[in-house]
Design a protein around this ligand. Structure first.
Ligand code: FES
Length: 261
């Protein structure tokens, strides 16, 4: 016999006994993700002119790594590096465990929130987990490997910002700090990933002695980072767009990238 206890939930979409402002967080999450998608689409398709400055010394995080420039690829005029590489960050973030929670709640309203009634149709559909199209979420661990490659290329991008005058002079500018901040936040997002944690001892039977002991310690450390995974998700995402706006403003002559060293 099932021990499941049904909570006394009110009927009707959005009905609840909760007295807090439960809708605030989902609203801002939905607003933020929609804005990010619309901005990215416009920037990549319509305003893709000013994506770097100082002869590629600093490149926008949306278009970084600028693979077309790095590997001297021959592509049609309408093509840009974001169109070639964005599927990786999109695939990585789109299959992120935290992101799944966000889109199920915000966009599908299934569930709407804890102890808040969802749309009637979702009671009929129910929650089927990772079945149907959602089975694609299982590629997350592979997207992690690709995200690690992108992250290392971004670290190279930061290093690249430190070479002025055709690579003859070393220095640091605001642009360096902007890209470095973006890379650090992205590193924290990747390092706090559930699949990343699994790489360090997640598949072991014990964490005692030798390598397995070290892996166990790493697993616990990454688990501590994982607690704040949502924070790193949002801060790293916001920094991509702040970084892009900075590069756009400098490339268009609205701001100056001040050299501080
Ligand atoms: Fe969020 Fe892996 S679980 S990035």
């Amino acid at each position: 016999m099932s021990d499941a206890v049904k909570l006394p939930l009110k009927k009707g979409f959005g009905k609840t006994d909760r007295i807090d402002k439960w809708w605030t967080k989902p609203f801002w999450m939905g607003f933020g993700l929609t804005l990010a998608l619309v901005y990215t689409a416009l920037r990549v398709v319509v305003w893709d002119g000013a994506i770097h400055y100082d002869e590629h010394r600093v490149t926008s995080p949306i278009f970084s790594p600028d693979v077309i420039h790095l590997f001297d690829l021959k592509t049609p005029n309408w093509m840009n590096s974001a169109l070639l590489i964005l599927w990786i960050p999109f695939g990585f973030r789109g299959t992120c465990y935290y992101m799944r929670k966000v889109y199920h709640r915000v966009f599908f309203q299934n569930p709407t929130a804890c102890v808040v009634a969802k749309p009637e149709v979702n009671y009929r559909i129910g929650y089927k987990g990772e079945t149907g199209l959602f089975v694609l979420n299982n590629i997350h661990r592979y997207m992690l490997y690709l995200a690690i490659i992108i992250l290392s290329m971004k670290v190279y991008d930061v290093y690249h910002t430190m070479w002025f005058n055709d690579g003859t002079e070393f220095g640091i500018s605001i642009g360096t700090l902007v890209l470095a901040t973006e890379s650090i936040l992205l590193f924290m997002y990747v390092a706090s990933c559930h699949a990343f944690r699994h790489l360090f001892g997640g598949g072991m039977n014990q964490w005692r002695g030798g390598i397995s002991g070290i892996m166990g310690k790493l697993y616990i450390k990454i688990s501590n980072l994982n607690i704040e995974h949502a924070f790193w998700f949002w801060t790293s995402l916001v920094m991509v767009f702040l970084g892009d706006l900075f590069v756009l403003a400098v490339a268009e002559g609205i701001l100056t990238d001040i050299r501080i060293m």
